[in-house]
Design a protein around this ligand. Structure first.
Ligand SMILES: Nc1ncnc2c1ncn2[C@@H]1O[C@H](COP(=O)(O)OP(=O)(O)OP(=O)(O)O)[C@@H](O)[C@H]1O
Length: 290
């Protein structure tokens, strides 16, 4: 038996090439796998999926042209590659920007950089949370349409300037007043930063998600659009049905309850660093992803 094992090793194993795998190689493989996974998710969740499908069709066409030796088509394809690459960057500018912003949100530099203003103003009180929930469901009960964006780490200044500047403490009464029909501020969205309403009548980007239900109009599309370009949580109250929905991270959850909205708001109520302390001390929502 011993002889057999020895001859097996001599004949097969000793002839094999075992690369010298270091710990850094394993870390490198894991990093590349995570990046590829993230890029694939990004492609799947954005317009890039359409682009990828288009590129596959184009590649198949060029491969067929190469097989059939269609030199003019190959020449045109070769010459247009730089132009197509530039066009892709221009077309996907919002998605690329969002991807980089997301990277920045999780960046360790946020915890180190003392000049980062976003660390100071993204916490709202329990009073604001309760006012948002109360106002949303009060408006829902009388079918008053509303759109309320609760800012998180992504600064919404560019959307804030499309509206009328306000600086008032969040209260359910103010929100009800703003969205009252036929009043000057009722159209568009309100942006909430911390405990304050910073702007009303804001214009939000519309989502071009083709999977969104056809029965939903531009108010819901705007809420979803906002959630695609930022980490904000947007509350929508339907004027038609009185239903309250919430959009965040490119997902729209329709027909929610006050408890659900309360939970979602409490999940974003504290900054990540504060949240850890909050969970340790209060033991609330410790299991939920933020
Ligand atoms: N891009 C936008 N940014 C902000 N608000 C918007 C935007 N587009 C539409 N709205 C708001 O939505 C209102 C129109 O809502 P619309 O009826 O088209 O949407 P909906 O999703 O069907 O909502 P509802 O159920 O309330 O009818 C507008 O009067 C405006 O207040």
């Amino acid at each position: 038996m011993g002889h057999w094992i020895k001859s097996f090793f001599d004949n097969y194993i000793s002839g094999m090439y075992f690369p010298d795998v270091r710990l850094t190689d394993i870390i490198e493989i894991l990093i590349i796998a995570a990046i590829v996974y993230r890029v694939m998710l990004w492609i799947k969740n954005t317009k890039a999926w359409m682009l990828l499908k288009g590129m596959i069709v184009l590649a198949a066409f060029i491969a067929a042209a190469a097989l059939l030796r269609m030199h003019t088509i190959l020449f045109l394809a070769r010459e247009s590659i730089p132009a197509l690459a530039t066009a892709a960057v221009v077309i996907f500018q919002p998605e690329l920007r969002r991807a980089l912003e997301k990277l920045g949100e999780k960046n360790l530099l946020n915890n180190i950089n003392p000049f980062d203003r976003s660390r100071d103003n993204h916490r709202f009180s329990d009073g604001t949370l309760e006012s948002l929930v109360k106002a949303s469901f009060d408006m829902g009960s009388v079918c008053t349409g509303a759109l309320i964006v609760v800012e998180q780490a992504t600064q919404l200044t560019e959307y804030e300037v499309t509206g009328i500047e306000l600086d008032c403490k969040v209260s359910s009464q103010i929100l009800l007043n703003i969205f009252e029909h036929n009043t000057p501020l009722h159209d568009g969205a309100v942006i909430v930063r911390g405990d304050r309403i910073v702007s009303a009548t804001c214009y939000l980007p519309l989502s071009d998600n083709m999977q969104i239900s056809k029965e939903l109009g531009t108010r819901h599309r705007a809420a979803l659009g906002m959630s695609e370009v930022s980490d904000a949580l947007t509350i929508v109250v339907s004027e038609e049905t009185g239903q309250v929905s919430v959009a965040m991270g490119g997902q729209l959850v329709r027909g929610i309850t006050p408890e659900y909205l309360s939970t979602r708001l409490s999940q974003i109520q504290f900054r990540a660093s504060e949240l850890k302390k909050f969970n340790i001390w209060k033991g609330r929502h410790g299991h939920e992803e933020v």
